[in-house]
Design a protein. Structure first.
Length: 140
């Protein structure tokens, strides 16, 4: 909290949720550009409602929340992005979503999507958020 990581994660959620397809590589520049784009059209209630829907969904269906294990002390940013943005995208498509299975969360494929190697390449960002979205929507 001293480094404002919590605020950065919230900003990452909205920036990637709303604009991940335009991400090129530098996260700091991407986040700054996103803030500039939305600062004059910011609707606090809409943002808050969407964030809370995502968090409630994660709390309900992801056994460990954003963490890898119950005992994990931290959450890697790439894992947070994958889950948060993937859930957000899925809920936009299907607001009443109830996943048929969550077994994929423990899969090797999900692990590959949420490891840090080349984590900020556009294809990795797109791959991890769309993987979670598609698994939740049964679009394997």
């Amino acid at each position: 909290k001293k480094r404002y990581d919590d605020l950065e994660l919230v900003l990452r959620f909205f920036a990637f949720l709303n604009d991940y397809k335009s991400f090129t590589h530098r996260v700091d520049e991407f986040l700054d550009d996103y803030v500039e784009k939305v600062k004059d059209n910011y609707n606090e209630k809409c943002f808050k409602d969407e964030f809370e829907r995502m968090v409630n969904f994660v709390d309900k269906y992801f056994e460990n929340g954003f963490r890898k294990t119950k005992t994990s002390k931290s959450t890697p940013r790439v894992r947070f992005e994958a889950i948060a943005v993937g859930v957000g995208l899925a809920l936009r498509e299907k607001p009443d979503l109830v996943p048929s299975s969550m077994a994929w969360v423990n899969s090797e494929e999900f692990k590959i999507h949420t490891t840090t190697h080349a984590s900020n390449s556009p294809s990795r960002v797109r791959g991890r958020v769309e993987y979670v979205r598609d698994m939740l929507l049964n679009k394997e």
